[in-house]
Design a protein around this ligand. Structure first.
Ligand code: HEM
Ligand code: HEM
Length: 185
């Protein structure tokens, strides 16, 4: 909608941490799969960067600006279900922040990235090195996050299309169309 008023939604820290997390998870994923583990330093560094980005973002989720806060975008099961049903019938409202399904996707992405950093680190300690269950858990989490990222990208495409807005551009500029009509601010 050309000419519509735009407001600031994603603050600089949210944007920087998002792209840092995306780059770190991708780098860790690719270097982890690359046989025969010639890129350990890259893999470990990328994994720790991902873990640190999650912790920082979580802290910002309690102290940051309006749309960065967990309390703003983590909604209860009733709201999530109602939103999913509305999506099914093609009448879901537009959320200026994360929508209710997106909010839970954010929590899943953070949890799996952090669990990967934790299990990866534990596997390098004298205490747990060589335990197959831990290596299997790390690999399973890596498949889980790959699946979640595909779902995340699908969600971004669907929401962008449904509400006629460029959500990817908004994750760079921080700006989105101001709420109008039945939009939820
Ligand atoms: C490994 C890859 C990725 C991970 C782990 C990831 C994770 C996340 C997380 C945790 C958020 C919430 C942001 C926050 O509130 O701090 C988010 C939001 C978002 N991400 Fe990603 N992301 C990834 C890749 C991408 C890519 C490649 C794109 C674009 C092509 C993208 C586009 C977006 C957009 C547009 C949002 C905002 C969604 C909304 O409007 O509610 N992400 N992502
Ligand atoms: C977002 C973070 C991470 C992702 C996405 C990730 C991903 C992966 C993947 C895809 C593999 C290959 C699994 C397989 O063999 O099937 C792997 C292996 C491994 N990763 Fe990570 N990883 C992350 C963080 C870390 C960290 C922080 C460390 C340690 C400092 C680490 C240490 C290892 C080790 C030692 C292996 C080899 C395990 C084995 O050979 O059984 N990872 N990782």
């Amino acid at each position: 909608m050309a000419g519509a008023t735009r407001i600031h939604v994603w603050d600089a820290l949210v944007r920087v941490l998002h792209w840092t997390l995306a780059a770190a998870v991708t780098t860790a994923w690719v270097s982890g799969r690359w046989p025969p583990h010639d890129f350990d330093a890259v893999h470990h560094t990328a994994g720790y960067v991902a873990g640190a980005a999650v912790l920082l973002r979580l802290a910002w989720g309690f102290t940051g600006a309006r749309y960065a806060r967990l309390a703003q975008f983590v909604r209860g099961p009733r709201t999530v279900l109602a939103y999913a049903r509305a999506m099914g019938s093609g009448h879901e409202p537009r959320y200026v922040g994360h929508n209710p399904l997106g909010g839970w996707m954010v929590l899943l992405l953070w949890s799996s990235a952090f669990a990967l950093a934790l299990t990866g680190w534990l596997y390098t300690t004298d205490w747990l090195w060589g335990y197959e269950w831990l290596s299997d858990l790390h690999a399973a989490l890596a498949w889980l996050i790959a699946t979640l990222v595909i779902g995340h990208l699908g969600g971004v495409v669907v929401a962008s299309w449904r509400h006629r807005e460029n959500l990817v551009g908004a994750m760079f500029s921080g700006r989105k169309r101001a709420p109008e009509g039945d939009d939820i601010a």
